[in-house]
Design a protein. Sequence first.
Length: 329
Amino acid sequence: METVLSGIRSTGHLHLGNYFGALRNFVRIQDEYNCFFFIADLHSLTTHPHPDDFHASVKIILSEYLAAGLDPEKSAIYIQSDVPEICELYVLLNMLAYTGELERTVTFKEKVRQNPDNVNAGLLTYPVLMASDILVHRAQWVPVGKDQEQHLEMARVYARRFNGMYGEEVFPEPQNLVFKGGAMKVPGLDGSGKMGKSNGNGIYLYDDEKTITKKVMKAVTDSGPTEPDSPMPEVIANLFTLLKLVSTQDTVDYFTEKWNDCSIRYGDLKKQLAADICKMTLPIKEKIDAIYNDDAYLSKVVASGRERARASASATMKLVRKAVGFKAF
Ligand code: TYM
């Protein structure tokens, strides 16, 4: 069985971008692959969360993973910081990662622009830590959204470089595991290209009906089409992208027709979109609460995930240490 690995940072709740770009796919593939799904708490430290909030953030994502359908009987579900082998590999891969290429990473440049006062080395080497997460299990497949593809490409570079430098094929080159239509980019409601945690434009799995409806009704639109079959501006195309994710084909066809003959009423489109989002997310939300309050269950899940992840990671580190030249005295 081939190995799949993926993770999500423990920052706030999961939004529809995380769900459709990643989590939904994790759930779908659990029977077909040897799966490792983790919570990237070390990655979340780049923004210095308060220690009082740190654990709760991990617990939230863990509960949301399980509520969405990740099954600890099938997949290893674990916390990144529970697997020290990842940090060891991170040190070794840092020796093969050049600062020039790290500085050119799109996400790094974006963060520098957004937070010029917090350009720490962890941020710079973020892709190296991510490569360590993946390579420590010698994973072949990594289901991620479009925004993570450059990081994945860097993981391939480090895998190749390591194998080349030490003359051993320790690591396979990990590929994005995408479903039909290619890697996903879920848009925000503010007309921006991407739904994101830091953009304040997200709908969360944990939002209640009132919040979801309010957010959707406030989504940016334009003054409407004036000529039949006119091209759709990005803000409207974004709403249709969301509609395609949560609604039936009939609903999508209905509103597409309305757009094409210029009779579309954005209020109706938004009401339908909000209702269909709620239909999908509210049953998950209900489960999140129950799981979040079941400490005994969560602690069992985490312990079994840690054990499976460490067994796999330590087997890889044996090969890595041998290739690098470590020897026992
Ligand atoms: P993170 O936590 O930002 O996002 C988690 C997953 O959600 C996807 N995603 C989206 N997909 C489509 N449209 C969007 N608007 C959208 N927003 C987020 C991301 O592509 C991702 O798949 N560095 C990673 C976490 C990580 C990781 C790893 C992932 C750490 N180590 C190893 C895979 C393998 C991150 O910050 O994702």
